[in-house]
Design a protein around this ligand. Structure first.
Ligand code: SAH
Length: 388
């Protein structure tokens, strides 16, 4: 039996597909799924699960609305709808973040702040987003509002800090969009620095309201350590960190590499990556804001030597431009971090036809109670066997 009895929202929220399974069962299902798709390339090491698979999410989001009696509710959207399933505490989410959301909900009435109503366009508060630093303990609260003007914001901030002095920064974000994006473009810092910091594998990273940052810090360290272990760097290599986000993997690899080149499409993430390099005093890394495929085509045309490629593409996997240029550049090693075993299998099929051999693979459970699974594999260039 799993934990479905512990969650009153089970079956409605849709967040935990595996809540009715035991943790051991979940790990087995994920491992077998990846083995089925990618096990033909290499024998995978045992899946790395969590010792305590609860409350791991460092990023917590709650939508605000009203019930039929105009009482204020907060929680998750029901799957595929914009109906809010009220949630006070979640087995996945950071507990302090859940407490802060409840406090905010309790404060709204006395400040006459109404939740935003998507149908009528009335009201102010749309969402609350909380990001926490696992090592630093820093906490960021983002109030997502339908308008850039928040009445009595200073008093609201004071009241919130009185209950939760542990909050280190509060940001107001104005979002007047009608799509499902949580954050809008306008930001105003109401308290603190407007970002938090956290430490991963000995390096410090800045996390802004919109930065991509892995949501499970405990498992992310295990994942990155595996990627670095698989790369087995000597200190001389030129390493490409493709789809690098805020530069986390590349920065951790930089200590053991000659030089690291990071490429990432999102300009905010690249700005954070450059800041992160400066703050950690990492001098042998540079970042490019580009489509990874186009960037790789450029490297291949200029014949820039790359020894190791660390790649961590989004769910869609990599693309033809990237992979076809990779096989031209022929790095000795490719470490592929993947959040989608299906596209991983597709891309491994391509690379193994072009002279690469998969040498090692392991799954890391970054998302307990859900059906998501992360994998990392190491490939080596062995050349194509000559036709007879
Ligand atoms: N390695 C990072 C981020 C992985 S998430 C980490 O572990 O934190 C995947 C990243 O790929 C995202 O930051 C996304 O913005 C980026 N991305 C998506 N499509 C891309 C493309 N075509 N070219 C370069 N980067 C891309």
């Amino acid at each position: 039996m799993g934990e479905e009895k512990k969650c009153p929202a089970f079956g409605r929220c849709g967040g935990c597909q595996y809540l009715s399974k035991t943790y051991t069962e979940q790990l087995k299902i994920k491992e077998e799924y990846v083995r089925k798709l990618c096990g033909g390339f290499v024998k995978f090491q045992p899946i790395m699960g969590m010792d305590n698979p609860y409350h791991y999410r460092n990023k917590v989001h709650a939508a605000f609305g009203e019930d039929r009696k105009h009482g204020i509710i907060s929680g998750q959207y029901e799957e595929k709808t914009h109906r809010i399933v009220p949630i006070d505490s979640c087995l996945l989410e950071n507990q302090k973040a859940d407490e802060i959301i409840l406090t905010i909900r309790g404060l709204l009435k006395s400040f006459k702040i109404r939740p935003y109503n998507e149908d009528t366009g009335y009201g102010l508060l749309r969402h609350v987003l909380i990001r926490t630093g696992h090592v630093s303990g820093q906490i960021m609260v983002v109030l997502v509002l339908a308008s850039p003007i928040m009445p009595s914001k200073n008093n609201f901030v004071k009241a919130l800090l009185k209950v939760h002095p542990e909050i280190t920064t509060i940001v107001a974000n104005a979002n007047n969009r009608s799509d499902s994006m949580v954050l809008g473009d306008k930001e105003q810092i109401l308290y603190g620095k407007g970002y938090i910091e956290d430490t991963l594998c000995g390096k410090t990273f800045r996390i802004s309201p919109k930065s991509f940052y892995q949501v499970n810090p405990v498992q992310t360290e295990k994942l990155y350590n595996k990627a670095i272990e698989f790369a087995n760097l000597s200190g001389k290599e030129t390493v490409l960190d493709a789809y690098c986000g805020t530069g986390t993997i590349g920065m951790i690899a930089s200590e053991k590499a000659g030089k690291v080149i990071g490429v990432e499409l999102n300009p905010d993430a690249v700005r954070d990556a450059r800041n992160n390099a400066k703050h950690n005093n990492v001098k042998n890394i540079e970042f490019y804001q580009k489509d990874a495929g186009q960037f790789m085509v450029g490297l291949a045309e200029q014949k820039i030597p790359i020894d190791v490629v660390l790649m961590d593409p989004p769910r869609a996997g990599s693309d033809e431009a990237f992979l076809s240029s990779l096989v031209k550049l022929k790095p000795q090693k490719v470490i592929y971090v993947s959040c989608n075993p299906e596209t991983l299998a597709r891309d491994l099929k391509y690379l193994t036809k072009k002279g690469y051999q998969v040498k090692k693979g392991v799954c890391v459970d970054m998302f307990p109670w859900t059906n998501h699974v992360e994998s990392v594999v190491m490939m080596q260039f062995v050349g194509l066997s000559k036709p007879h």
